[in-house]
Design a protein around this ligand. Structure first.
Ligand code: C2E
Ligand code: MG
Ligand code: MG
Ligand code: MG
Length: 287
């Protein structure tokens, strides 16, 4: 028996596994330092309405690490969630986005733009989340009505009543909510029905093959019909082609986001308000 345990122990600490553990610890330490060292940046991806007019932007975090280069959020947000570092990182994102809103408010060409901020489950479930959002808005002077918080279904899976209560408290000050990656989870329908949402984002996975795949087309049409009958605006993510955009437009989708209209970019490269170059070639109501 001792021999079995010994064998297991040896198998557990094989070099590949040890290397993976070391890499994870190194990444966690680097992530911990990243805030202090100012290695995070927000990129902004435009959202446009049916005529191609900018309505706002989604803030998307970027981490440039001297060793790892640009680390995409899908590679560090989950680790930040597990370790709890997401609390501080999420606060930085919120503060930075609110500061940006306050700056836009002084520019007549941009004062109506809104910013969407992704909120992670652990961040939303902190006991003082509502207070933190209020404080961030107050400290920056940003107009709460220009802030949209993007939630995913994973946030809502448990403690639904508490989630609704928090959303309502923030609704009172003017903050709005969007349900991100809609259709990819298990509780999509009950979320739509129960939560005080303003907006639903159709997940990119349904938009990708929309034009060729009749199942995806049917799902997208159902999401649009259902959302609209519940009084929710719909944003399509990952719109890359005119064909996708025209399909969505003719079926009543209000807002579009994707490479067709602009990739996420630092604020210095923000095109400003006006029409997106992606739509200049299109007459919006052709169909
Ligand atoms: P998401 O919130 O669903 O963001 C949309 C993702 O789709 C972004 O990836 C964006 O760059 C990408 N995208 C947008 N349009 C297109 C397109 O036309 N084609 C393609 N191929 N991709 C497109 P990104 O920036 O890598 O972010 C990935 C995810 O990381 C986000 O998904 C979000 O869940 C998370 N994330 C990003 N920033 C934050 C943040 O500040 N806080 C939290 N908690 N999560 C974040
Ligand atoms: Mg999002
Ligand atoms: Mg999304
Ligand atoms: Mg997504």
């Amino acid at each position: 028996q001792a021999k079995d345990a010994g064998r297991n122990a040896i198998r557990f600490f094989n070099p590949a596994m040890q290397a993976a553990i070391d890499a994870r610890i190194a990444m966690e330490n680097a992530l911990r330092q990243a805030l202090v060292l100012g290695q995070f940046q927000l990129h902004y991806q435009p959202q446009v309405d049916a005529t191609g007019w900018h309505t706002g932007a989604e803030a998307l975090i970027r981490w440039s690490d001297p060793v790892r280069g640009m680390v995409p959020p899908d590679r560090f947000i989950p680790l930040a969630e597990e370790t709890g570092l997401i609390i501080e990182i999420g606060q930085w994102v919120l503060d930075t986005a609110c500061a940006q809103l306050a700056q836009w408010a002084t520019d007549p060409a941009r004062q109506n733009l809104q910013i969407s901020v992704n909120v992670s489950a652990r961040q939303f479930h902190q006991s003082d989340f509502v207070e933190r959002v209020r404080r961030s808005l107050a400290a920056s002077g940003a107009n709460p009505a220009r802030l949209m918080l993007e939630l995913t279904e994973s946030i809502v899976i448990d403690r639904v009543d508490e989630v609704i209560d928090r959303m309502e408290q923030l609704n009172v000050v003017g903050v709005k909510f969007s349900l991100d990656d809609f259709g990819t989870g298990y509780s999509s329908l009950s979320c739509l029905k129960r939560l005080p949402l303003d907006e639903v984002k159709i997940d990119r996975s349904f938009v990708r093959d929309l034009v060729d795949d009749s199942n995806d087309a049917a799902i997208v049409q159902a999401i649009l019909a259902m959302s609209h009958s519940l009084g929710l605006r719909v944003v399509a993510e990952g719109v890359e082609t005119l064909a996708q955009r025209d399909f969505l437009l003719t079926r009543g989708c209000e807002t579009f986001q994707g490479y067709l209209f602009g990739k996420p970019a630092p604020i210095a490269q923000w095109a400003g308000s006006g029409h997106s170059r992606g739509v200049a070639r299109v007459s919006p109501l052709e169909a």
